[in-house]
Ligand binder design. Sequence first.
Ligand SMILES: Cc1cc2nc3c(=O)[nH]c(=O)nc-3n(C[C@H](O)[C@H](O)[C@H](O)COP(=O)(O)O)c2cc1C
Length: 373
Amino acid sequence: MATLTTHVDGLTLPNPFVIASGPPGTNLNVIRRAFDEGWGAVIAKTVSLDASKVINVTPRYGKLMANDGKEVIGWENIELISDRPFPIWLDEFKKCKDSHPDSVLIASIMEEYSRDAWTEIVERCQDAGVDGFELNFSCPHGLPERKMGAAMGQDPDILGEVCSWVMAAAKKPVWAKMTPNITHIEDPARRALAAGCHGVSAINTIRSVIGVNLDTLRPEPTVEGYTTPGGYSSKAVRPIALRMCMELATLIRHEFPGRSLSGMGGIETGDDAAQFILLGSDTVQVCTGVMKFGYGMVKPLSEGLLAFMEKHQFHSPADFKGKSLDFFTSHAELVRLQQARKAARAAEAAKVVQADGEWSGDDFVKQSQALAR
Ligand SMILES: Cc1cc2nc3c(=O)[nH]c(=O)nc-3n(C[C@H](O)[C@H](O)[C@H](O)COP(=O)(O)O)c2cc1C
């Protein structure tokens, strides 16, 4: 019988579906709800040691609609990391592990460029009982002004150094979350993995402007008449996320075999998840999907992925992880392959009957013509 059970970096998840860091993991109440609905793991909303510097605005989301305004396909947010005090988070991590000891709870952490700060946040979360870490090097708005988030993630030297500080303190698996707002996502990922991180996750949101209101002429989401570029997510980003996950999985395959990849960006169905796994993901994360459809979506996600596996007779997600990576090549190679196939077909068509035994019913006319040349 097919199973969704997923083993990654020493953790065992009932399925590969992980709540991505964001509103769906923003306090104890919703994290417990996610576990009770059956999610494989939860990555809590990103925390930092000093939440007093985190000040959110409203509105902070903007949507891109399709199908005559009936469907949300893109989502921009200018939300910051958690504005809830760190001691409250530590208390909630403990309570969560008390009530759900077998569920996998991962802390998403972000700090300034300070070894002491990164070491302290790792040790205190660890003491509270979390099962692993995701390092948020990828928030594209707000935090870069403090040289945090994507500002760190876009600088492979700094990122590598921070990862080595974290790895010196961490006793649990560590995933470094990559920003898509960079030309070669492999560059920072290589440094994170070289520093010893167990895996990488991708993608965070893509820096964006969701649109301009044609009545007020103001860009959205409009706060006191102004806006700032935010992060884009939901199904419209999926092709970009798939490409970046393919690049990261290829890096892992060639340079860091055995390390893990957690893929995300616009996943809403089991078939979406299957594509991320075929391109090398061990686990798949969902954020905006949960904001659109609710925690119960883990059931159709699981059913959809199981249906795909049964169709292809795969026993577990590990059976088909990375299976489609073999079919990427250069454009020059595509041209060569196509020319070779055309040449083979032409040679076949031009084949001249040498002996009477070679005449065939299907090609009889062609064979006759060839002999007339
Ligand atoms: C409203 C919102 C808030 C988010 N907050 C965080 C965050 O605190 N930390 C983080 O690492 N990613 C955050 N993300 C990014 C998501 O975890 C995820 O990387 C991204 O949205 C792509 O996945 P999705 O299309 O399933 O949403 C946030 C995304 C959204 C939409």
